[in-house]
Design a protein around this ligand. Sequence first.
Ligand code: ADP
Length: 233
Amino acid sequence: EPGNLAGVRHIILVLSGKGGVGKSTISTELALALRHQGKKVGILDVDLCGPSIPHMLHAQGKAVHQCDSGWVPVFVDQEQSISLMSVGFLLENPDEAVVWRGPKKHALIKQFVSDVAWGELDYLVVDTPPGTSDEHMATVEALRPYKPLGALVVTTPQAVSIGDVRRELTFCKKTGLQVIGVIENMSGFACPHCAFGSKHRSVPLDPQLTRSLEEGRDFIQEFPKSTAYSALT
Ligand code: ADP
């Protein structure tokens, strides 16, 4: 299959049933953990509701350029081992996309999947919006020819969130996306009776991480190896 994803070895989608469970944080942490293993990583942030990754990686307000083969992603570290493309780069006003209608969102997602000049990557981490909407369907369909490795589902210990996870798992099953892991984020303790089997990993609530993000510090500088390395690798 030709195209701009031809040089990308593995594609991982990050899903969550609802917002605020730490999906973007885990996407970022995963990219950092893979980078620590010497991998080249791209992050595709298609979270139209709240593209927060540019903020985390101190890349907000960066301009993306077009070259002959499409959008040029932004390098977020000096070593140029993590490149980022976010809908946030294209929105003048962060609330803009919220009022977009379905077809416009679809068109943007399709373009995002096909028109970013990633070059050679070991991993592409795709941060999706919360839930299982038409946009997810569009993302999965657009990525299908490139045979994604699978999906990482992020949740929190709250029961409500577990119900949301079931919906995500159903979505994966329906769309033929392999679930490669369920991350219980901000968990206060190791889960004693795990509902999701061996694919389940816990990432503790980390006050240092919260503080760092609140103060707007650069994630990569602060946590070059990610705060959750052992859980994510
Ligand atoms: P989502 O992408 O699911 O909407 P975010 O990644 O934006 O969620 O995270 C929501 C909030 O929770 C952010 O303020 C983030 O700093 C915080 N957060 C996420 N994971 C952790 C963690 N493991 N420890 C501490 N704070 C976290």
